[in-house]
Write a protein that binds this ligand. Structure first.
Ligand SMILES: [Zn+2]
Length: 100
């Protein structure tokens, strides 16, 4: 359930209320006025969105790393082969991870 931030028109008090979107406007906790205005959805909901986004980011990063590895390994292997020779490269397990 989201937290909503309100400001009372009567006395200016700002307050947070936890309720569903469809619920009626709450009364001001200070002066019990019903002249309140919903301002923003407060931090907890935004924080959850950020967490979800970070989670997606981590997955993307892992995939990017895998893609980067797949892209870089043949280049690196070629470089090593040019420098050290095919026999040496074939004995390096880290350079043959993508060859089963
Ligand atoms: Zn008030």
């Amino acid at each position: 359930m989201p937290v909503y931030h309100y400001r009372c028109h009567t006395c200016g008090t700002e307050f947070d209320v936890l309720h569903s979107f469809e619920a009626a406007l709450p009364e001001c906790p200070e002066c019990e006025s019903e002249e309140v205005k919903r301002l923003i959805v407060s931090a907890p909901l935004i924080a959850r969105g950020a967490e979800t986004h970070a989670g997606d980011g981590r997955r993307a990063t892992k995939e990017q790393l895998r893609a980067k590895w797949a892209e870089e390994t043949p280049k690196l292997r070629k470089k090593m082969r040019d420098k050290l020779g095919e026999d040496v490269v074939q004995r390096l397990p880290t350079l043959n991870m993508d060859q089963d």
